[in-house]
Design a protein around this ligand. Sequence first.
Ligand code: NAD
Ligand code: DAU
Length: 352
Amino acid sequence: MNFSKHILVTGGAGFIGSHVVRRLVRNYPNYLIVNLDKLTYAGNLENLNDVAAAPNYRFERADICDAAALQRIFDAHQITDVIHLAAESHVDRSIEGPMEFVMTNVVGTVQLLQAARASWGNETNHVFHHVSTDEVYGSLGDTGLFEESTAYDPRSPYSASKASSDHFVRAYYHTYGLPIKMSNCSNNYGSHHFPEKLIPLMIHNIIENKPLPIYGKGDNIRDWLWVEDHASAIDAIFHNGRIGESYNVGGLNEWTNLELVHYLCRCMDDKLGRTAGTSAELITYVTDRAGHDKRYAIDACKLSTEIGWQPSVTFEEGLSKTIDWYLANQDWVSKVTSGAYQEYYEKMYIGR
Ligand code: NAD
Ligand code: DAU
């Protein structure tokens, strides 16, 4: 079959990547979708069971730091476009061990840029879409929003590595004319989210009747977006965004961590048939994250006015769907929380 585009999606077995792959495979049967993933602790091919047999889907296990593997994959699949999500993504792990973040997020991104440049030369009918984070902008005070023009001010090893990768992507546009696009999104939540991040960890611990660890006072603020709305934004920017431009993605949905966990506890009490207030008794205050960014909040006006993107669900709807998915997929949770996860959990939380 002739495909009109051959899109390489990196990190497609992870949380956001699997939603992007599923959306592209289903909505664009005329595109070949090649999922490149190293399958680290965060990557799980079962996230894509429902599209794995589709005629327009391929999987390649590879490390984005491996230049020879990238060249082979670009050649073998005649890659025309890239949507780059592969990364080490957890701030707490970056504090424990920054080097993996430098390798994958910085060196891996540059290797991918090199592979695209070698394969596409000076042709401009391609897109290299780099998926990044609002954390590159640093930390907000009580007011204001991150705009695309906000100066970069990363504070954690994770955000410093993502900021560095963003700078390299822009440098390849300005220096070599590589046709790039970028998006910087706020905190995502939804199905298939590894239970090390706040929302899936809390859902998992509530089900298991384990402590709910709140860092510091719980007054840090995050701006939450349903992962399928992030996938729809990536689709919209990939197709309709301007070359060389960055787009912020977010849903104007700020919560303090403590308010959010209390709300989650109320929803879970209801869904689990527990007496109101039962799950909130599990809340435990623990030592704060080092260098903990106070507040993130996104201004997504450029994306909505230029491209017409809007989120499709309210937080209440998205969170309800998310909890239902975890309750219905406890076998997935058991699988990803076996083995190395226990060691991680004990190291990060026991006695904290
Ligand atoms: P994730 O940790 O769930 O998934 C990352 C995926 O990348 C995994 O499948 C992993 O196996 C793969 N990977 C890691 N190192 C690799 C390597 N060297 N080579 C090939 N594959 C490798 O991450 P996520 O939360 O889905 O985030 C995806 C992207 O979106 C990241 O670039 C992240 O910075 C960005 N982002 C995430 C959020 C969020 O809230 N999760 C928000 C904004 C932006
Ligand atoms: O803003 C986008 C970023 O959001 C992405 O770039 C990152 O990849 C993603 O991991 C996420 O980063 P955060 O650090 O904001 O997410 P996390 O879920 O780790 O934490 C959310 C907030 O909850 C943060 O203020 C720390 C707090 N927290 C987290 C955990 C895991 C707790 O209080 N307790 C916890 O156990």
